[in-house]
Design a binder for this molecule. Structure first.
Ligand code: PGA
Length: 256
């Protein structure tokens, strides 16, 4: 059975002081749970040092929101996978739609980053998702297929076993309008089928697929109960300890 994974994508929120306060709220509430859900937080780069020391000894895993496709060198403003590992990061979000929309990332740059993340020993959380226009034009399946084939290009089955995929419909991110559980599950099943075409059913059945896009304490249980929904990538609701932990609780109850 695939262990559910709930990850908080804090985006460009929380300075080091706010980071410390939020993690205190999370660790306090986490004590009430059985260890049947993987809990991850992805603060901004500037908060990772503080976060590393505060999550030590807890079951919270640490992740970053992006990384470079290069190892080192003259890449002003960039951060390498090795730098993230040295900070205790175990996960990295790659190809988030905001990175694609505002920073020009493409399936091919995401693929390069993905290979570098795996080589660094990180667990990538790779994001795909269609826009509202694509959904309305009935292009969801072709868009997701192209993205999955592009980001997973030339990866081995062993690589595929080490990554997490996040389905994040662009129209649902930060809009308060989540995909219905059935819409989410349909695309998750499609993604699993695409993974099976690349590396067979054993890999496809193992790969964890998170849903992201306006997941909150009210809709989490319904989304997370879907057979192919293995967790959530949470933006807005990850910025408040109570809301984030309510989603973790929903995942924990479903997994019990
Ligand atoms: P949201 O963001 O939960 O605020 O919609 C999700 C994401 O962008 O990962």
């Amino acid at each position: 059975m695939r262990k559910k994974i709930i990850a908080g994508n804090w985006k460009m929120n929380k300075d080091i002081h706010e980071t410390a306060a939020l993690i205190a709220g999370l660790t306090e509430r986490l004590k009430a749970f059985r260890d049947n859900v993987e809990v991850v937080i992805c603060p901004p780069f500037t908060s990772l040092v503080v976060a590393q020391s505060l999550v030590k000894g807890t079951s919270i895993g640490l992740g970053a929101q992006n990384m470079s496709q290069h190892d080192d060198g003259a890449f002003t403003g960039e951060i390498s996978g090795q730098m993230l590992c040295a900070l205790g990061c175990r996960y990295v979000i790659l190809g988030h739609s905001e990175r694609r929309q505002y920073f020009g990332e493409t399936d091919s740059t995401v693929n390069a980053k993905l290979k570098k993340a795996l080589a660094s020993g990180l667990t990538p959380i790779v994001c795909v998702g269609e826009t509202l226009e694509e959904r309305e034009k009935n292009l969801t399946e072709s868009t997701i297929s192209l993205q999955i084939k592009g980001v997973l290009h030339e990866l081995s089955s062993a690589d595929l076993d080490r990554l997490i995929i996040a389905y994040e419909p662009v129209w649902a991110i930060g809009t308060g309008r989540n995909a219905t559980p059935a819409q989410a599950n349909d695309v998750h099943r499609l993604i699993r089928r695409l993974v099976s075409q690349i590396s067979g059913w054993p890999s496809a059945e193992k790969v964890r697929i998170q849903y992201g896009g306006s997941m909150n304490p009210q809709n989490a249980a319904d989304l997370l109960s879907q057979p192919d929904v293995d967790g959530g990538l949470i933006g807005g609701a990850s910025l408040k300890a109570e809301a984030f932990m309510a989603i973790v609780r929903a995942a924990s109850e479903i997994s019990a």
